[in-house]
Design a protein around this ligand. Structure first.
Ligand code: CO8
Length: 250
């Protein structure tokens, strides 16, 4: 903790901070609590290590899921990310490297995003034969608009920090060594504002998108359906075996 800003590190650098079930449980318990004991009034989420914010959901845990398990895990992750988006304190994502798949979805659930110039963003799930399952199909459209969001979701292309800034996916880009200082600067500004007003802004902004609820349910259902295909099994197996997938459309 620095001052009254709580810094939350995604801490699995050897796996590029890929989000496994333990990390999801920890995020869930963290954002289910008021965290009054820390007396924090702003939270910064960043990734441990120099390479990644989070390179996605842990693909090794996804392989072999049944359709029902996949839908239920997708909903679980969506609900946790919604808790982040709806948290009463401002949350800044300090994106220090890869923010891919579930990592990009986590970044998009934050209220403000600052990227290191080395960061890379994307929803590469289609390359694994799946779709985003933690709200990526909904929040990417909310942040950058349907046209470019659909292209990125369909191609799985990664974009660099400058492009993410140009599209409105991130608020600022900094040099890597200035990332945390910039995040702290914005946090410090918000700390001088009325805490009840800040949580009122968060609630009101989210209210604008309240009708999007159906879209999240639809995404989770579709994730479950796609997870029962041979393509899903092939895509995740190919990642584990470090080879290119061969999809059959089955
Ligand atoms: N899951 C598990 N392990 C990972 C992941 C991941 N997403 N990303 C990286 N790792 C591991 C690698 O397996 C490797 O481990 P090991 O050393 O044991 O082989 C280690 O991290 C380092 O990775 P690389 O050697 O691959 O590092 P590179 O610098 O060569 O490449 C990349 C970096 C390009 C980021 C590459 O690691 C990569 O392509 N990663 C996967 C990116 C991806 O496809 N992300 C999307 C995942 S799917 C997802 O997020 C779906 C969310 C919805 C789920 C819905 C509910 C079930």
């Amino acid at each position: 903790m620095r001052g009254e800003v709580l810094i939350l590190n995604l801490n699995r650098p050897d796996a590029l901070n890929a989000l496994n079930s333990t990390m999801f449980d920890e995020l869930d318990s963290f954002f289910s609590s008021e965290y009054k004991e820390y007396d924090a009034n702003c939270i910064i989420i960043t990734g441990k290590g120099e390479k990644a914010f989070a390179a996605g959901a842990d693909i090794k845990e996804l392989h072999g899921l049944s359709s029902a398990q996949a839908e239920s895990l997708s909903r679980k992750g969506q609900i946790i990310f919604s808790k982040i988006e709806e948290f009463h304190l401002p949350i800044i994502g300090a994106i220090n490297g890869f923010a891919l798949g579930g990592g990009c979805e986590l970044a998009m659930a934050c209220h403000i995003r600052i990227a290191s110039s080395k960061a890379k963003f994307g929803q590469p799930e289609v390359g694994l034969g799946i779709i985003p399952g933690y709200g990526g199909t909904q929040r990417l459209i909310q942040l950058i608009g349907k046209g470019k969001a659909t292209e990125l979701l369909l191609t799985g292309d990664l974009i660099n920090a400058e492009e993410a800034h140009r599209l409105g996916l991130v608020n600022y880009v900094t040099e890597p060594e200035q990332l945390m200082d910039r995040a702290m600067e914005i946090a410090a500004k918000m700390q001088t504002r009325g805490p009840l007003a800040l949580s009122g802004v968060i609630r009101s902004v989210n209210q604008y998108f309240s009708s999007a609820h159906e879209g999240y349910l639809f995404e989770a259902k579709t994730f479950g359906e796609v997870a029962s295909t041979e393509d899903f099994a092939e895509g995740t197996k190919a990642f584990i075996e470090k080879r290119k997938p061969v999809f059959q459309g089955k």
